[in-house]
Write a protein that binds this ligand. Structure first.
Ligand SMILES: NC(=O)c1ccc[n+]([C@@H]2O[C@H](COP(=O)([O-])OP(=O)(O)OC[C@H]3O[C@@H](n4cnc5c(N)ncnc54)[C@H](O)[C@@H]3O)[C@@H](O)[C@H]2O)c1
Ligand SMILES: [Zn+2]
Length: 386
């Protein structure tokens, strides 16, 4: 009998202007992390910044793999949650890293969801003016979106993600088997970003998701795992391609904000307390932007209908009507203001002016439209207030 050789991971390459790096993707890959990273990093010293809950569940596998490959590591843990992306936590991590005596060849390893990835990436970018870092994402959202592309940062009292920088990682290692422990609601939230890639860039992929998305999300077993692997691979390929064309968001990268204009406004109105997860806001926002597209670009209404049907089929929201009973201010005026129109009085009284939206010309084709009439946006919002 031959010993079981682990299947080699799928490798994608991100060719960003500032750096090219691999995304490795494969089931059970966490236990190969040490071997994978060995040839790539400048030294055997690591600083792991981990989500406390994730470390408890999966830390041992990572630690064993790293140690077996000759790495030594210092571990810093933080709970997930938006309040972790703060100056106070950033300061404590930086001081702890320096007190431990890291050097310029020490690699920061981010082990967690998007919260830890954004925070650890930012730490790496400013420690000793920049040390290497590696992303090991553990949520679906982080696997298909936040770990790829090099946006790092923390929140400000003035808003989310307002402090940070672009710093590409040296590698991204994705092990979908870690999703086995992720709560279903979190999986679904990440899945909204997957649907987004189909809508903005790949009509065939959207069709594939209509056929296979629900089973990838809901069930266990080999077929579901293969479907999950495929949808992560497709998503990373799309993100890599967009980041390769436009690392710093001066053009096509803005497409990734499809569904985010209203999504962010809803998240902000509801206060990041778990009432609405980011991906749930994106799902609602994508339906909204599709309806706007039908009014403005001639996108067939059938695309919006397919989108609604698919989101409902997997269990994602398509409107914010169910949130109107919350104590948050979801009035049309407040949502318009949060969507970037700061002239409050004008928005309330005249519905004049314009907003920027990423719209669809057709399924699989996006464009940024900077002059969407505020009155039309208000009119669409009013439909949900009933
Ligand atoms: N940098 C980017 O390009 C980018 C893109 C999108 C989002 N983001 C950021 O990502 C953050 C959201 O990330 P997120 O959705 O991954 O949330 P998160 O990091 O808060 O994780 C969500 C929850 O899942 C838990 N968890 C993580 N992995 C787990 C696992 N394998 N098993 C069980 N539980 C697990 C966490 O402890 C947490 O409770 C936001 O701060 C957002 O701004 C960044
Ligand atoms: Zn998003």
């Amino acid at each position: 009998m031959h010993p079981t050789v682990p299947p080699s991971p799928i490798t994608l390459t991100v060719e960003a202007a500032s750096r090219s790096y691999p995304i490795w993707l494969g089931s059970q890959l966490l236990s190969q992390a040490g071997e994978r990273l060995k040839g790539l990093l400048p030294s055997a010293k690591l600083l792991i910044i981990a989500d406390t809950a994730v470390w408890e569940m999966h830390g041992e596998t990572l630690a064993n793999s790293l140690t077996a490959a000759g790495f030594t590591y210092h571990l810093l843990q933080q709970p997930a949650g938006e309040s972790t992306k703060s100056f106070a936590v950033l300061e404590s991590l930086l001081e702890a890293a320096l007190a431990h005596g890291i050097d310029r060849k020490t690699t920061v390893v981010a082990f967690g969801g998007g919260v830890i990835g954004d925070l650890a990436g930012f730490c790496a970018s400013i420690l000793l003016r920049g040390v290497p870092f590696v992303q090991i994402p553990t949520t679906l959202l982080a696997m298909v979106d936040s770990s790829v592309g090099g946006k790092t940062g923390i929140n400000s009292r003035q808003g989310k993600n307002l402090i940070g920088c672009f710093t590409q990682p040296h590698a991204v290692l994705i092990d979908p088997s870690l999703l086995a422990t992720l709560p279903q609601r979190q999986r679904l939230a990440g899945y909204a970003e997957v649907v987004k890639y189909g809508l903005i860039a790949d009509a065939d992929f959207f069709g594939w998701l209509e056929e296979n998305g629900a089973s990838a999300l809901a069930s266990e077993g080999e077929q579901a795992a293969a479907a999950m692997l495929h949808l992560i691979q497709q998503s990373c390929a799309h993100k890599a391609s967009i980041v390769g064309r436009d690392e710093q968001e001066s053009g096509d990268r803005a497409w990734l904000n499809f569904g985010h204009t209203l999504g962010h406004a809803l998240e902000s109105a509801l206060g990041y307390r778990g009432t609405l997860l980011h991906g749930e806001g994106v799902a609602i926002g994508m339906v909204f932007a599709s309806d706007l597209s039908t009014a403005l670009t001639g996108l067939p209404a059938s695309v919006g209908a397919r989108l609604r049907q698919h989101l409902q089929a997997v269990g994602l929201p398509t409107s914010y009507q169910h949130l109107l009973a919350s104590d948050a201010d979801l009035s049309v005026a407040n949502l318009l203001n949060l969507m970037g129109h700061d002239k409050k009085a004008e928005a309330k009284q005249h519905h004049q002016g314009t907003l920027s939206f990423v719209l669809l010309d057709q399924l699989g084709q996006a464009r940024l439209k900077k002059d969407v009439p505020l009155a039309l946006v208000a009119q669409q919002l009013e439909k949900q207030q009933a």
